[in-house]
Design a protein around this ligand. Sequence first.
Ligand SMILES: Nc1nc2c(ncn2[C@@H]2O[C@H](COP(=O)(O)OP(=O)(O)OP(=O)(O)O)[C@@H](O)[C@H]2O)c(=O)[nH]1
Ligand SMILES: [Mg+2]
Length: 492
Amino acid sequence: MDFKWRRSVLIGGVGLSLSLWLLDSLHHTIANLGIVTPSIVLVGAVGAGLWFSRQRPLPPVQPRRLALVERGMVERAIDQVRHALTQLETEAATNYPALHQQVADLTAELDRSDLRLAVLGGQAVGKTTLLSALQGAVQTPTQCALHWQDTSPLFTPATDGESIAAELPADLTLFVIAGDLTQPELQVLHQIVAAPQRVVLVVNKQDQWLPHEQAIVLQQIHDRVKDVMSLEDVVSIAALPRPTKVRQHQPDGSIQESLETPTAILAPLIQRLQQILIQEGQSLVWTRVLRQTYQLRSEVQMTLNVVRRDRALALIEQFQWIAATTAFANPVPALDLLAATAINGQLILDLGAIYQQTFSLQQAKVAAGAIGKLLFQLGVVELSTQAIGVVLKSHFVTFVAGGVLQGMSAAYLTRLVGLSLIEYFEEQSLSGSEQPAAASLNLGRLAEKLQAVFQDNQRLAVLQGFVQMGMAKLSSVPQLASVEAILPESVS
Ligand SMILES: Nc1nc2c(ncn2[C@@H]2O[C@H](COP(=O)(O)OP(=O)(O)OP(=O)(O)O)[C@@H](O)[C@H]2O)c(=O)[nH]1
Ligand SMILES: [Mg+2]
């Protein structure tokens, strides 16, 4: 279990308890605080939880070198997209001709012979200068034409580095830096390689460093990129060295100063590019098609997830009101038992089935037990019950204690877990990993989803809407008709 997540909820809990205490004291002095009071409570609780959760570092990306892409690999990936598309059409009972066209286009792209090269990098690193120096200088091995593309600088407010880098329509990218490699540049490089995108790292403006400094800078760059790329693909150049002052001693003893422009250093890069074009040729095209295939796969999967989410939400609704009526009719004496009533193995099983994640009933029951325990240990049960109690108190003049609070809390917990499972299953489906026949739940990851969903749903408006709908539901159950008596005339 993630320690930080536990602390985050606990701090949220401390925030809530503190606010509840404050509220309690306020109640003695200020009458009719009405709607304002729960917002103080919830803002306090959620604020504290959110504050801590923002301190969580992002999970590190595992850097990995890009292997030479082969045609068969891309064809298999395209087949998978075709399969996913069929699945989507079956589940949605609709045709998606535009997506079919995109799949066909990808297959046709595999035989493309001309190559696209792009120059990418931060502001004023020398992209445009380099591009004009290389155009015409790089010879292609066969008849294929080279198309060069300049790009807008990264790391400016106008450009979003991440998407530009990953979606660049190029077969080979020259990522240009000027001197040392900054942390944002390294991140972009990781994204480029992971996309996957074939890249050469060009270290420009080497004339700005003294020879011994050049060696140190290059060594530092090598150390930072060696996990993601071959060092042959790190090339140091000077596309357009700045003129330097040269002093010459004259025979009469005087000194004459003049400006001299050193010659550009481009040969190592031109050489490396030609080597890549000869050795990798068509594989450069396949790498780009593979990247486009992954993007299309995500698009299909996201569309499928939208279709599935509708069915999943309807299912959660059903389960949450079952939980509500059960807990209402049979109030339990302790919060851990309440969590156990609310989290049902069948819900996990049925939601899993929507997302094609197969569990045995036994696995689902074990997972439900573990999730129930988790909710209780993390304080989610207590916090939710308290928060719902506050909403009930402020909206419903008198409410039948016990049963209603428990029913509503059970429904709320079912909803939290259901929504977290949706998030979890969606992520699984987008990660693209092959699903084993009997999947197992990663409780740690689910707990993280639960945290996010919990914080989203703690918003006052969400809670109020939920309680309002729940009260209407409970009152419509014949044997629970007594609830009607406690509904106020208007709830807003
Ligand atoms: N010292 C030195 N300056 C260079 C070198 N290459 C380019 N420059 C200079 O760097 C400046 C920016 O060059 P550009 O080619 O416009 O750079 P860019 O990356 O296209 O710039 P933006 O498109 O504005 O981001 C110009 O003044 C170039 O003369 C080099 O090798 N050494
Ligand atoms: Mg430019």
